[in-house]
Design a protein around this ligand. Sequence first.
Ligand SMILES: Nc1ncnc2c1ncn2[C@@H]1O[C@H](COP(=O)(O)OP(=O)(O)OP(=O)(O)O)[C@@H](O)[C@H]1O
Ligand SMILES: [Mg+2]
Length: 314
Amino acid sequence: MHSRWCHLHRASQSALFASENLIDFRRTRRINAIKVARSKRDPVTNSRTILICSGKGGVGKTTLTANLGIALAGQGARTVVLDADFGLRNLDLLLGLENRIVFTAQEVLAETCRLDQALVKHKQEPNLALLPAGNPRMLEWLKPEDMQTIAGMLSERFDYVLIDCPAGIEDGFKNAVAAAKEAIVITTPEVSAVRDADRVIGLLNTHGVSPVQLVLNRVRPKMMANQEMLAVDDVTDILALPLLGLVLEDEQVIVSTNRGEPLTLNGSASPAAKAYGNIARRLQGEDIPLMDPAKDGRRGIRARVRQLMQTKIF
Ligand SMILES: Nc1ncnc2c1ncn2[C@@H]1O[C@H](COP(=O)(O)OP(=O)(O)OP(=O)(O)O)[C@@H](O)[C@H]1O
Ligand SMILES: [Mg+2]
């Protein structure tokens, strides 16, 4: 443990080189990702229940849950997204469904409504449904078994149950993790986020959640190429998880968040939309090569040089 953190600090201090041996590591990760996709279905319902968690707040859990949900649904999988962030719910907002909520997970648990009454179907993507989080006061009485009950009900109807986990490792996390069969840990290439992700991975292991895969978010190829940001290899070496995908820093994510229209909804060609789509495909077992941020960074520099050469000086 100690040496891993020494490595992280050395890595961050020396500003890290973008990966030379990315190709080898990509091959291994790809094989792992495919094995994972084929290995973790519920033997009875054939469904997959996946927790999306991070430890650190604000690194992109809800954005990934919404976009992955839309992408999986668009690829034909019956998908439900479950908002387990009872304190600060906003998955409904990101999906543009906030005005269509009548009942929530709270009423389902209290048996004052049926599950199908609480599920909010997405208008444009009928394969996707949301089970909204209840009142924040639910946190006072909700138990891990309650989350297991809800996830069990959902897994009978859907191919994918995606659980949007709250930040932190307190009760909200403990409740959500109890319902999870497998997990996606999302982090940004920052030391504090990677350290929190490492703690969460330890807890997922303790709870027997497996497999666990990694999504690296808000990647900036130029900063990686300039050795100003942790490289992909550094993060995967520290966290020792198979890499499911890389999502670039993309301002379209912020625009779409504010509109309540996930990027994956309308076939956006933005880099992040493509990344979310690829993550969904890898999750389903397709062999999609990972992007090489080092190459992307160099391409960025090359494009700039080309642009400068084309600028006419009068
Ligand atoms: N790839 C990206 N590029 C640019 N902005 C992003 C990207 N991913 C997420 N964001 C932005 O980061 C912010 C936080 O994202 P999000 O709400 O998904 O994080 P979270 O982990 O769910 O946060 P919390 O822990 O508070 O629940 C949002 O404003 C979102 O638009
Ligand atoms: Mg969130």
